[in-house]
Write a protein that binds this ligand. Structure first.
Ligand SMILES: [Zn+2]
Length: 117
């Protein structure tokens, strides 16, 4: 009878150990699955970010080019005058030198009040 009780006790302990190991394995499996899911989401988000960046860059690049072009159109100066003009301005009858608007401003030329370039 004494031996049987001892065996029962060992069996109970073994059962508890097995259950504990099983539970631990189950919990760690859930955690690793969640981690894997989180990593997958992160990878997807990174891929989307990488995919989106060139689009934004392209848009801003085009926008920048457009802004640059509208900022510095070609204007016309004369040999003698201190103003810059649009190509059709009547003041350009004597001489007509094409120059970027930004360059003309940088060289001290002012906008013609007649054609307002
Ligand atoms: Zn003018």
């Amino acid at each position: 009878m004494k031996n049987t009780k001892k065996i029962n006790k060992i069996m109970v302990i073994l059962l508890i150990v097995i259950l504990t190991i099983g539970l631990a394995a189950y919990i760690s499996n859930i955690i690793s699955t969640q981690t894997a899911k989180a990593e997958t989401n992160e990878v997807i988000q990174k891929n989307e970010a990488v995919y989106n960046v060139p689009d934004d860059d392209e848009d801003s690049y085009i926008h920048q080019v457009e802004t640059e072009a509208s900022k510095s159109p070609t204007v016309y100066i004369t040999n003698t005058g201190s103003k810059y003009h649009r190509s059709y301005c009547q003041y350009l009858s004597k001489s007509k030198i094409d120059i970027l608007k930004s360059d003309a401003i940088m060289k001290g030329y002012g906008a013609c009040s007649k054609c307002s370039p």
